[in-house]
Design a binder for this molecule. Structure first.
Ligand code: FES
Length: 169
């Protein structure tokens, strides 16, 4: 009889232990749900490795739900005060939305220009307007240069300088 009771006590404790562990796991899961995910905490920032870019090719990244154009300029492409210079190489970086009504222009490497199919607006390889209806250049997003990386979403000194000169858009 005593053996039977001890066995029941042991089973009770074991079950209680499992329940407690289950409860802690459930609390842990609930806490994870309440905490923002690491990727959410990092949301708002997009890090672009510029060493991966090819000359005269537009890479489209995503930042805060918007397309971002990154164009590594080749030596024969006209320099512009809106260029972002990293390691002696010039880049054009802009939010890839036409400043007319927000369509996404396409880059034509042979012509070194962005053409918007919606109403025929055109921008050069620095995002400056070549042909209306857009009235403003492509907008440069907030960025910070971190070595050979570009951090979108943070206002670094280079961005602040462009902003102070009214060159962002
Ligand atoms: Fe690009 Fe109108 S939206 S030209």
């Amino acid at each position: 009889m005593a053996v039977e009771k001890e066995r029941r006590d042991f089973l009770g404790m074991a079950l209680g232990g499992f329940t407690a562990i289950g409860g802690i796991a459930a609390l842990g899961a609930a806490k994870k749900t309440w905490d923002p995910l690491p990727s959410v905490k990092a949301a708002g920032f997009t890090v672009i490795d510029l060493t991966q870019m090819e000359e005269n090719q537009v890479t489209i990244e995503k930042w805060r739900g918007k397309p971002i154009f990154v164009l590594k300029k080749s030596a024969d492409m006209k320099a512009n005060e809106r260029d972002i210079v990293v390691d002696g190489t010039r880049y054009h970086v802009s939010i890839g939305l036409c400043t007319h009504l927000g369509c996404i222009p396409a880059y034509y490497p042979g012509e070194h220009k962005f053409i918007c199919a919606c109403h025929g607006g055109q921008f050069d390889a620095s995002g400056e307007v070549l042909k209306a209806p857009p009235a403003k250049p492509l907008v440069i997003p907030p960025f910070k240069i971190d070595g050979t990386k570009l951090v979108l979403g943070e206002e670094g000194p280079e961005y602040k300088e462009l902003k102070s000169k009214n060159l962002i858009a």
